[in-house]
Design a protein around this ligand. Structure first.
Ligand code: C5P
Length: 227
């Protein structure tokens, strides 16, 4: 069977990664969560003191980029690959609201994007990949055979993210989560380098009123039509 590249882009917390992972499992494709890569670089910048409430030292981060090594490793054959920053598993640490607050400014830095896009293109070289993010269909794989652009109302997205954070045991307020979702969407879609936008040939799916199973079947059918 022919292997294709599937790009899933869209706004924050639209459930892209859940459906992308399901699809990759079903098709036996590689799944790449590119948001995790931007989050891991953000965590590194926080640990080094390059970004905080008062500081945003882009130059120091740019000068240290060659010291950042990102890898995805699977704990076992059935689970999702987890992200390692310089050989340390940071999968849990990158999902906090604090990382979410700093990640979009970090993702505006062209040098950061260049480094991560190169790695993403290498990971998807052999096709048979489902990659989710903000610029996959527009920049990383403009020739992807299937491009999906996911959307949902900001309130639905914030509610989903809020429950995810509560389940992890994080004490957060719904209003802060909603604010973060809106702020990230604004920064992501107005930045100069690779802004979040729907590729002309992407298929838009609004999942505000859709359950996971319906979304999965719609996207799986679109993939099967192209294989
Ligand atoms: O997908 P996730 O919400 O984890 O992404 C976190 C942030 O990383 C986004 O809000 C965006 O600023 C950045 N990002 C990006 N390009 C990608 C993936 C994520 O700029 N391909």
């Amino acid at each position: 069977m022919k292997k294709i590249t599937i790009a899933i882009d869209g706004y924050s917390s639209t459930g892209k990664s859940t459906v992308a992972k399901q699809l990759a499992d079903w098709l036996e494709y590689v799944y790449v969560d590119t948001g995790a890569m931007y989050r891991a670089v953000t965590l590194y910048a926080m640990q080094k003191g390059f970004i905080s409430e008062e500081i945003f030292d882009k130059d120091k981060l740019i000068a240290s980029l060659s010291e950042i090594k990102l890898e995805f490793r699977k704990p076992n054959a059935f689970s999702k690959a987890e992200i390692f920053l310089n050989n340390e598993n940071v999968e849990k640490q990158i999902r906090t609201l604090q990382v979410s607050e700093y990640v979009s400014p970090i993702a505006t830095i062209p040098e950061v994007r260049r480094k991560l896009v190169e790695q993403q293109q290498r990971m998807g070289e052999g096709k048979g990949v489902v990659m989710d993010g903000r610029d996959i269909g527009t920049v990383v794989f403009p020739n992807a055979e299937l491009k999906i652009f996911m959307n949902a109302s900001a309130e639905k997205r914030a509610t989903r993210r809020f429950h995810e954070l509560l389940e992890r045991g994080d004490e957060v307020a719904y209003k802060d989560v909603l604010e973060n979702v809106l702020e990230r969407d604004h920064i992501d879609s107005t930045r100069e380098d690779s802004p979040l936008r729907k590729a002309d040939d992407a298929i838009e799916i609004d999942n505000s009123e859709m359950n996971l199973e319906d979304q999965f079947h719609i996207i799986l059918q679109l993939a099967k039509d192209r294989i």
